[in-house]
Design a protein around this ligand. Sequence first.
Ligand code: AMP
Length: 225
Amino acid sequence: MHTGNQPPHAGVILFGPPGSGKGTQAKILRDCLHIPHISTGDVLREHVQAGDPLGLQVEALMRAGKLVPDELVNRLVEERLDQPDAVRGFLLDGYPRTIRQAEALERMLRKRGMAQVVIHLKVDYNKVIARLSGRRQCPRCGTLYNLASNPPKVTGVCDKDGSELLVRDDDRESVIRQRLEAYEEQTRPLLERFRRNGVGFYEVDGSGGAPEAIAAEICRLIERG
Ligand code: AMP
């Protein structure tokens, strides 16, 4: 799927509910888009793991499946976009999640003369719940597995580096419900805004098919512009 084409000079947003496959897609798309993958969830989890002041501030909210404050994530994203590797575009996973975040991102893109491209990963809700509750992750290399659709070769062990796989704290059932609620109430309304804006809004069926086939479709859409 490696195309060698120019990076898109855009902020590409992978949009969808928790469990729609944003993280998996972002990892595959790196090879076709040649732009950095920015996951606000990953950045926040790093702070929590480090136990720094920001991590301590957000830890309880994340454990409860609630969104962290807009100003805080907006600042993290703006700082990340100032890194040299983001000058030719970037792939956002898990951001924006509220109207205020969407407005902040629009300002950041305007300032950088970049377009916005939204990829909406459409998925069936029952699939989302099955995916999230079966999700396992390698704490060392970040590889994602799913007990139903993409299990590791040896139960509980990463294929790549042999680490013991973990369940994310917020992939437990009561928290999954809270995360889906946060999506419905605060994030889904963004779809209307993206549709209204018209430019660069694409919908992709994220339910069926191999992740590589879904990524190839996304890549084609972005290259076609
Ligand atoms: P994710 O890995 O994208 O599912 O994010 C995990 C958790 O991090 C979310 O449930 C929120 O608590 C927090 N988080 C990640 N991105 C954002 C965001 N853009 N706005 C607010 N909270 C976020």
